[in-house]
Design a protein around this ligand. Structure first.
Ligand code: ADP
Ligand code: MG
Length: 694
């Protein structure tokens, strides 16, 4: 089904709205993330200005927004530059000054003509006992009073766009909102006092009281529910489709597995055994596996992945593992090498670095089945890559990839099993939004013999002290990560800060300092990382490129500068780089200016190492866009739904979807048809294509 005509008005360009032209289009796009009318309509007000207070001038209150009707008595142009232009008005009970700096005399004389009556709205203040309004928000003729809204929504803005301009465009958009067929269950809708979709969306932009902008008012709840419903329905449809493609039953004698286990210098933890058991159960059945393996950094996911991979390899198929960065792919290569050797299996790595002839040769070996284990970055799911027989796709550090990419890799084989691994412990609610009802295994137990990481907070004035302390540790053979401030979201500035710190540390410690950053060529990066792993470099200064996965057990100190700028999840990831060996490890969090939320985050870091707990706190504290780096996290972001405030709605939407799909899996019935409209509305076109492909 193509997009219903009903939705067309919402998908038009915002330039069709009053006051939006080609010049302001980029601003609107920046503000709302899109250039369609619907993008603008999802942009919700965060506050409102109440202009209903309309007192006699004698009763005017300091600091209140007022709307008053006055007769203009005189104009007093600025006596000299820097002083304001004053326009005096009265209403018979008292007088007021309208005050303008850098005034345009002509404009003022035209809009506030002498002896005429005008309606003026703005914030009243007292100056030397006289009431005044500095730069009124609105000036209108009495017969145009209605153009001044009595309650005016206040929107988040971007430089170059005023609230007035946004308001004007939205006011122009409200009449085009169509009445759509209802996709909600009537009973559920009534119980929750949900208005219809169009009523809700209009109400969103017309708050009349403080209650109306809160997260729990029925209009907002309805829209949040719609959004969750679309998200859950799309995920469920994709999953249903994926499951339908026949999986294969990978039963085998575990001969290869035994060989690998024999090479391990350790026993598997209980958590690893349990996860492998759960994976085996999926893989031995003929349904496709779609499993998420969650485990903190260092919890030992790699060996679990290997065990799963051997299941398919022993049956004659191939297994692939995909990492989000070159460094991590190389690290996997190193981990897998001894295992491949012990089993006589052939493995190969494909990354973006492989070009031309080399790449051709790698692709050949993947295609003709010569190699059993394929390691790679996202270059694995490019169109040129064909597998001989891909039985299992393991996707490491999944939060860096989107849902779509995940499906793309698994579509490289027939009924390929999928194991997704993430080192970011994701709170239950977020798991739902990102993975739908994927099966979950958790590695909630660390390999034995690891001491907790001693985490300490320092203000930035103490940097010198830390450097002195580190000297002693280096003499004892320690290796140190030094992560540099995250400056806004600018890679260039990040780099400058890192380079500066590198110079200081180099001066202080001599030659044993290395620098790694995102702008280096992969080969350069790898060589620095290798020097660090080999111990030729003792201090590795970096921007956040070491964030994921890297394993250097000898590293025992993690220093993070301007730690207040990192999100909890990121700090936790970074700290996970140390505490991997038997030596006691430290994490020094250096902070500059602290907001309350930042203070709270650092305290949590100091007090716990439990990734799942940290993740829950992260979600709780997240707010006001304070956390950098969440945008590239790959987790879905919601336009109106608020995961903290609307968590119950999410659970309800998930249950709703289960019921819907059990009754009408192809969305053919009346409600099903309406739900397709919902999917289009939230641009889940991918799910609709899934539906159509059958
Ligand atoms: P992650 O979950 O972060 O990917 P890795 O798989 O890289 O963790 O494992 C981290 C380190 O722990 C590796 O050096 C690995 O050899 C080691 N390791 C894994 N499992 C165990 C275990 N059961 N006992 C001891 N060490 C283990
Ligand atoms: Mg790993």
């Amino acid at each position: 089904m193509p997009r219903p005509f009903d939705l067309d008005p919402l998908f038009r360009n915002v330039t069709t709205l009053p006051g939006v032209g080609p010049k302001s289009l980029p601003l609107f796009e920046k503000l709302t993330g899109g250039e369609k009318i619907i993008d603008l309509l999802w942009h919700a007000p965060v506050d409102f200005v109440d202009r209903r207070f309309s007192p006699d001038l004698k009763d005017i209150l300091n600091g209140k927004i007022v709307t008053i009707e006055i007769r203009i008595e005189n104009h007093k142009p600025a006596a000299r530059k820097g002083l304001p232009y004053r326009v005096r008005g009265t209403d018979g009970t008292g007088g007021i000054d309208l005050v303008f700096f850098n005034a345009n005399k002509q404009w003022l004389e035209k809009n506030l003509p002498l002896h005429q009556v005008r309606v003026v709205s703005g914030k009243a203040e007292f100056y030397q006992g006289t009431p005044q309004i500095v730069h009124p928000d609105f000036i209108a003729k009495p017969e145009e009073r209605h153009t001044i809204e009595s309650v005016e929504p206040v929107y988040p803005l971007t430089a170059g766009l005023t609230n007035k301009a946004v308001r004007k465009a939205i006011t122009g958009a409200l009449p085009v909102i169509p009445h759509l067929p209802e996709w909600l269950d009537e009973t559920h809708k009534k119980q929750n006092h949900f208005p219809s979709f169009d009523t809700a969306l209009k109400a969103l932009h017309g708050p009349k009281s403080a209650k109306d902008i809160e997260a729990d008012n029925p209009a907002r709840m309805r829209l949040a529910y719609d959004e969750f419903l679309a998200n859950q329905l799309a995920l469920a449809l994709m999953r249903l489709k994926a499951r339908k493609k026949n999986g294969r039953a990978w039963t085998n004698n575990e001969t290869l597995r035994q060989k690998v286990l024999e090479t391990l210098p350790f026993d598997l933890t209980g958590a690893q055994e349990k996860a492998i058991g759960e994976i085996d159960e999926d893989m031995h059945s003929d349904l496709r596996m779609l499993r998420l393996l969650q485990g903190d950094v260092g919890s030992g996911k790699t060996i679990v992945a290997m065990m799963a991979m051997l299941n398919v390899i022993e049956c004659g198929a191939q297994a692939a593992i995909m990492a989000p960065t070159e460094i991590l792919a190389r690290q996997h290569e190193q981990s897998f090498a001894p295992w491949a050797e012990a089993t006589g299996l052939k493995m190969i790595t494909l990354t973006g670095r492989d070009k031309g002839k080399v790449r051709e040769e790698i692709l050949d070996q993947i295609k003709n089945g010569e190699v059993h284990i394929v390691i790679g970055t996202h270059s694995l799911f490019q169109s040129g890559v064909e597998f001989f027989d891909l039985g299992l796709a393991v996707i490491d550090e999944q939060h860096r990839f989107g849902v779509h990419q995940r499906l793309e890799l698994s579509s490289k084989g027939k009924g390929t099993d999928v194991l997704v691994m993430t080192a970011t412990p994701i709170p239950r609610t977020l798991t739902l939004t990102a993975y739908g009802d994927m099966e979950v295994s958790r590695l909630d137990e660390k390999p034995p013999g690891r001491e907790p990481v001693d985490t300490r907070l320092f203000s930035k004035e103490k940097v010198e002290d830390i450097m002195t302390a580190i000297r002693g540790q280096i003499d004892k053979g320690a290796r140190i990560y030094w992560v540099c401030p995250l400056v806004e979201e600018s890679e260039k500035l990040d780099l400058e800060a890192a380079e500066e710190r590198y110079d200081v540390l180099k001066d202080h410690f001599g030659t044993d300092v290395g620098l790694v950053h995102g702008r280096m060529k992969p080969a350069e990066k790898d060589s620095v990382m290798k020097d660090f792993a080999d111990g030729n470099i003792k201090i590795l200064v970096s921007t956040t490129v070491i964030e994921v996965g890297v394993n250097v057990p000898e590293a025992t100190i993690m220093v993070i500068e301007q730690a207040e700028r990192f999100g909890l999840a990121q700090l936790h990831q970074l700290r996970g780089r140390v505490g991997r060996g038997a030596e006691k490890s430290f994490c020094f969090l250096i902070y500059g200016k602290l907001t309350d939320a930042a203070k709270e985050r650092l305290k949590i870091m100091r007090d716990t190492e439990d990734g799942f707990l940290i993740a829950e706190k992260d979600l709780e504290l997240r707010g006001g866009g304070e956390i950098l780096g969440t945008r590239q996290s790959g987790l879905p972001t919601f336009k109106l739904a608020d995961l903290a405030a609307h968590a119950e709605l999410l659970a309800a939407a998930r249950d709703d979807v289960k019921l819907i799909l059990s009754k009408d899996p192809d969305l053919q019935k009346k409600r099903g048809q309406a739900l397709k409209t919902l999917l289009y509305l939230f641009e889940q076109d991918q799910a609709i294509r899934t539906l159509e492909a059958g």
